[in-house]
Design a protein around this ligand. Sequence first.
Ligand code: C5P
Length: 238
Amino acid sequence: MSDGRKRIAVALDASERSRILELARLVGPEIGVLKVGLEAFCAHGPELVREVAALAPVFLDLKLHDIPNTVGAAAAAAARTGAAILNVHAGGGAEMMRAAGERAREAAAAASLPVPRVIAVTVLTSLDAAALSAVGLAGTPREAALRLALLARQAGLDGVVCSPEEIATIRSACGPEFLLVVPGIRPAGSAAGDQKRIATPGAAARAGADLLVIGRPITGAPDPAAAARAIAAEIGAA
Ligand code: C5P
């Protein structure tokens, strides 16, 4: 599989089981990771994650955020689904992030599963500067994302989810091994929808994103496999 393909995570955002699995089968061979998010997980639970994981590595995007004990236990349960990547909200604090990382790793080892990568969401790509200050978070989105990324690294996590605009800043502060997973990807000419801080696949790849999370531009295309191939070619040429 080409490098461009491996760097795509397709967001399987749907609630009908048949549609989720149809999308997974259509795009699974074209990309590196399939992302199961809140909508699909709330509708169908861990059993669906196991089915999707049989088609491609899964990023289980539940954005856990609660007290450390609760998040640690949830991360352990999430790791037992066989997901390759799990995430929590960095805003839950260092102790919560550390619990998630440790408990997920222990649970995977105890079940003889590959150790998942545990990453933290910094600032949602749907929040702009005004929305961020309305919730009382200090600084620009870039400053807040950098602060949270450094905290995630200190807490022993493997990387973060950040917007295209923060890739370069976080990469230079957190180093080449820190996994940068980037949503808010829009091919030139496609609708932004609710995403505010966006970039094209080529620009995000050039800036240093490891994994590009792409939903509607692929899942909403008339031919999702062809859309994934076109984006992979753009990433490969970046
Ligand atoms: O359809 P679209 O390409 O906007 O999908 C982006 C996906 O990335 C969604 O599943 C969304 O939940 C997820 N995501 C995001 N922003 C984050 C973290 C995850 O958009 N900060």
